[in-house]
Design a protein around this ligand. Structure first.
Ligand SMILES: NC(=O)c1ccc[n+]([C@@H]2O[C@H](COP(=O)([O-])OP(=O)(O)OC[C@H]3O[C@@H](n4cnc5c(N)ncnc54)[C@H](O)[C@@H]3O)[C@@H](O)[C@H]2O)c1
Length: 324
């Protein structure tokens, strides 16, 4: 097994999960970790035998690595991915890949010119239920899609600030949207969104809406509605995606697919183990094969473009088109 050396920009909650999974893979080491909060960089570096930095520029100047993970809030993406790609370092970028599309196009250009591998953290693409549904839908016509994500409010301060997270749709419910794009192989061509702050105005520093209703039109003509809210702060909620076909409803969840009126052989039986997204990325690096990675940077940027368009539509009151 060839050795794979990894660096990190961002050492928060999500990055730590990637770190744990990576160090469990034979021949993988985490060599350096940069976080603007020194304690986060030092603590995780001590755990994984890496060198800690507070400035990723200094890290990228000093360290040799095969791949860089970028796991920071949406507003914080500047030039880490670009500098890494220019140095021939493969990149794993957490969703949503950016807050604004101009930055996304800059990063995409750097990745494409350098020819490095890229991966985005849309791990729901790797679920057995997603894989089975994609294959089932390949020769079917989807009429409508309806999805909810009603959950709680994450504790991180930046999440409730619109200029930092982009709001729940952009930051979190992007996963549901990405599943819709992935299983249908269809692209959203127009988005109309309405947002409101109805019940959570008392939350300190909140500038995101707590009610987001989105209507999307796909290139095929299929229509989708998405409803998302972090109002369920005491637990509970709802998370689903339902695909409506002629005479059939297919309800996707991470646990499996429920078909109405009857269960179909395609969706029966145990779900296969889901390969972990970090193992898949390391395998792709070792094989030098982008096709092993379920979501490239460009593909992730397409999902991001839809939620950026939704935010634009909600701000202008007009329908908006994704920029890519
Ligand atoms: N794929 C998934 O299921 C999944 C799950 C959770 C989070 N995420 C994504 O991961 C990213 C990080 O989320 P999180 O929950 O870990 O947030 P977090 O707030 O726990 O961690 C973010 C870290 O980034 C650091 N940071 C901010 N700006 C930085 C910069 N310029 N340079 C270096 N470090 C910087 C912060 O100090 C913090 O340690 C977000 O994009 C989020 O959407 C993905």
């Amino acid at each position: 097994m060839s050795e794979v050396k990894i660096g990190f920009v961002g050492a928060g909650g999500n990055a730590r999960g990637h770190m744990e999974r990576l160090v469990a893979i034979d021949g993988v080491s985490i060599v350096a970790i940069a976080d603007v909060v020194e304690e986060n960089a030092k603590e995780t570096s001590a755990q994984h035998g890496a060198t800690a930095y507070t400035d990723f520029h200094a890290m990228l100047d000093a360290e040799e690595m095969d791949a860089l993970y970028v796991s920071i809030p949406p507003f914080a993406h500047t030039d880490a991915e670009i500098l890494a790609a220019q140095a021939g370092v493969h990149v794993f970028v957490e969703k949503p890949v950016v807050l604004d599309m101009d930055k996304g196009f800059e990063v995409l250009e750097a990745i494409s010119s350098a020819g490095v591998l890229s991966s985005v953290g849309y791990q729901l693409r790797l679920m057995d239920s997603t894989r089975r549904l994609k294959s089932y839908l390949a020769d079917k016509t989807v009429g409508m899609i309806s999805s909810h994500r009603w959950g709680g409010l994450p504790g991180t301060g930046w999440w409730r600030v619109m200029d930092q997270s982009g709001g729940q749709l952009h930051e979190q419910t992007t996963h549901q949207l990405d599943v819709m794009r992935y299983v249908t192989g269809d692209e959203v061509v127009q988005v109309t969104a309405k947002y409101a702050l109805r019940t959570m105005g008392d939350v300190e520093n909140i500038t995101i809406p707590d009610s987001q209703a989105i209507l999307m039109e796909f290139g095929s003509g299929a229509l989708a509605t998405l409803s998302t809210s972090p109002m369920m702060t005491q637990g509970g909620g709802k998370s689903d995606i339902v695909f409506l076909l002629r005479d059939q409803m297919l309800e996707w969840s991470t646990a499996g697919i429920k078909s109405i009126p009857e269960q179909l052989p395609e969706f029966e039986g145990e779900a296969a183990a889901t390969p972990n997204i970090d193992q898949v990325f390391v395998d792709a690096i070792r094989a030098g094969d982008q096709s092993l990675i379920p979501c490239s940077y460009e593909d992730g940027l397409r999902t991001c473009a839809v939620t950026v368009a939704a935010n634009e539509s909600a701000a202008t009151g007009q329908p908006a088109k994704p920029a890519i």
